[in-house]
Write a protein that binds this ligand. Structure first.
Ligand code: ZN
Length: 129
């Protein structure tokens, strides 16, 4: 799957965002090592602690369908925001620190960074072995 297609799927997912409080529509698309793709959008809750980011929704959908190895992830917001720290931490559970994390904006600008660049000194499952 091309990076363009992954972007299109992330953008598509953002249209289903439930974000009545922040008004920030976020979409994500995760590609697994087996080539399956899962989409996610941010889902806010009036009890703010119940809010979940688009990246985690996509990852949890993948994992709940039996796909625990993530190869690529794309995050779309109008402003091109990077993933938050909680989402980066969740990514370490299902991907190596070499995971390519791409975040793009409305104008088509993109940045791609390794997970390990975004979350330095990551706490990974290896620490619990
Ligand atoms: Zn997040």
């Amino acid at each position: 799957m091309s990076d363009k297609k992954l972007r299109d799927l992330a953008l598509d997912a953002s249209t289903r965002s439930h974000s009545p409080y922040s008004k920030a529509k976020v979409g994500s698309a995760v590609m697994t090592e087996a080539g399956h793709v899962f989409q996610g959008c941010n889902i806010e809750n009036s009890s703010f602690g119940g809010t979940v980011c688009a990246e985690r929704v996509a990852i949890w959908k993948a994992v709940s369908e039996g796909h625990k190895k993530i190869k690529k992830i794309y995050v779309y917001t109008d402003a091109g925001w990077p993933p938050c720290g909680i989402c980066l931490q969740v990514m370490t559970e299902f991907a190596s620190l070499d995971l390519e994390v791409t975040f793009g904006d409305k104008q088509g600008n993109e940045k791609t960074k390794k997970l390990g660049e975004l979350l330095t000194s990551a706490f990974t499952p290896d620490h619990l072995k």
